[in-house]
Write a protein that binds this ligand. Structure first.
Ligand code: KG4
Ligand code: ZN
Length: 325
């Protein structure tokens, strides 16, 4: 629940991490069923914590894309029902743009124009963001997302799911220079794209040989795992930082807004601070609660509402980055 001054009155997150852990990743059907079970209790809890009644709401914002359509449809159906029942506007929100808008919420002042980077389990996208909405996609990953690479490499190393926090913990005791892993497109300044699949394979080949042979994940020496984790993490962070720099230079922007689960990574945060200091760039980083997936960042809906960008009850969801009107 967000007021017009972007104050978070309540933010309720029904995490499904435990549900998906035993599968080692998100299972779409399991995710949508959990959404069905959670959606009404979550809405009730959000109203209760904000001490707000349904009748007090000015609008309903709903994420329509990108994402898993089964889960998105559950949210959209609930949102449409409420909007119709209450006779208030329905505002469709792009999940990735909302991740960047979290920076605006945290800063409590205008942060645009800026370059935006969203790094999550599903996306690694660079945007030019002249204004709070209507971002231009500069480039994205051509294979795995950065968070996905963390999750897959954690599995290779026998670490827990989700992999990001597990790799970060293991890396704390490791040497980031122990292994020299590939950094895709690092020096191709014009190419604002990412590729993490080769990096993931390089870690696998190091652990299991070429071609990979069977190995016991749980029998890997802790120091070996720590060095691999630190070297892998450094390679991902090197690329993320380099692409931010290249995008900032390409568009002549002086501000950088980052978002998504991977921004929880402490090494990435350190390197962002260095970038800010060395390049004279203002870097906006949301607090952890606004970095990982949450509904509060859909407050970008206020910007859309003020521009009249509301939707009718024929609104649909989309798996990809673009939703047809
Ligand atoms: O944005 P998010 O919560 O969910 C979506 O994917 O939309 O991002 C989750 C991703 C996972 O891949 C997870 O491994 C990664 O963020 N992640 C991290 C860290 N915490 C979460 N990656 C690196 N370091 C972390 N500390
Ligand atoms: Zn997300």
């Amino acid at each position: 629940m967000i007021d017009e001054q972007l104050q978070v009155l309540s933010s309720v997150v029904a995490s499904q991490t435990k549900l998906h852990r035993r599968f080692g990743g998100v299972v779409p059907e399991v995710a949508s069923r959990a959404h069905v079970q959670q959606i009404l209790p979550v809405i009730d809890e959000a109203l209760r914590l904000a001490a707000t009644r349904l009748e007090d709401l000015a609008a309903i914002s709903v994420v329509t894309h990108p994402g898993l359509v089964g889960s998105l449809l559950v949210g959209l159906t609930a949102a449409k029902s409420l909007a119709m029942l209450l006779g208030i506007p329905l505002v469709p929100v792009n999940h990735i743009e909302a991740h960047i808008y979290a920076c605006r919420m945290q800063a409590a002042r205008d942060v645009f124009p800026a370059i935006g980077l969203v790094v999550s389990g599903g996306h690694t996208n660079l945007y030019d963001c002249p204004e709070p909405i209507g971002f231009e996609l500069l480039g994205s990953t051509i294979d795995d997302a950065a968070g996905e690479a963390f999750d897959k490499v954690a599995a290779i190393l026998g670490l827990d799911y989700p992999g990001g926090p597990a790799i970060q913990r293991a890396a704390a005791a490791g040497n980031p220079k122990a292994f020299r892993f590939p950094r895709s497109f690092l020096r191709e300044a014009q190419r604002l794209e990412f590729s993490f699949s080769g990096l993931k394979t390089a870690v696998l080949y190091e652990v299991a040989g070429t071609p990979p042979a069977e190995y016991d994940r749980k029998a890997l020496a802790p120091q070996y795992v720590a060095d691999l984790a630190a070297s892998f993490q450094e390679a991902v962070v090197d690329v993320l930082i380099a692409k931010c720099r290249q995008a900032l230079a390409a568009r002549g922007r002086k501000a950088l807004c980052v978002g998504g689960g991977v921004v929880a990574n402490t090494r990435f945060r350190e390197r962002l601070a260095t970038l800010a200091a060395e390049d004279g760039i203002e870097v906006f980083i949301p607090p952890l609660s606004l970095c990982t997936d949450n509904a509060a960042m859909s407050a970008v809906a206020w910007e859309l509402l003020h521009r009249g960008q509301t939707a009718g009850l024929d609104l649909d969801v989309a798996a990809g980055l673009v939703r047809k009107r």
